[in-house]
Design a protein around this ligand. Sequence first.
Ligand code: JCQ
Length: 235
Amino acid sequence: MRIDVVSIFPEFFVGPFDVSLLGKARTSGLLDLRVHDLRRWATDRHRTVDDVPYGGGAGMVMKPEPFYDAVESVYGDLHARPRTILLTPRGRSFDQAVAHELAAESALLLLCGRYEGIDERVHTGLATDELSVGDYVLAGGEAAACVVVEAITRLLPGVLGNAESTAEESHADGLLEYPQYTRPGSFRGMDVPDVLRSGDHGRVAAWRREQALQRTRTLRPDLHARWAQRRDARE
Ligand code: JCQ
């Protein structure tokens, strides 16, 4: 999969895009991830990408031309263009279902905004999708882009090991994880549940499923309702 990211802080992604899962996906060739400096498409001597707002008011607004020129230079005409995603608090909520949907694309283009906002014509004329990673305001779209890229990449075929990827498709998808333990069996008075040490795989599986369900119901009733709805639709 190819992902292009446009930002005025390309150096923001050094680290997040080079280590761990993303670093491995890139070096193994499963992910072709390219970061572009928006200022490359600024036309004046000072590489200006923002301007004062029409109608007045505090703060600056990001100009439309550098974004349009960036997208056209990276991808050419409209027909060849992949889904063009603007990270913004006003977007559709990014969740695991959206991650699956986007992981099925062959390419994506992510646009990161900064300052007090972006000219409305970028939203309406350039972005095909607007995504929010949560109901809070960041200083810019870069951290949100990291979230989206990582969640998508771990779903790409070949990125995770076999054991990890089968769990992704199981009927537990959409539930919280069950409690996990490793050695020691007793630690500072906290004991590993007997059932996990019983060697009875059937009982272990039943316990884990019940724990996942119970946890999701109490900690995330919203997730549990959606999971139950999908379960009832399957049956
Ligand atoms: C993304 N949740 C929060 C901030 C304006 C495009 O316009 C703006 C973009 C940002 C950066 O994104 C977020 C965000 N998901 O703050 C303000």
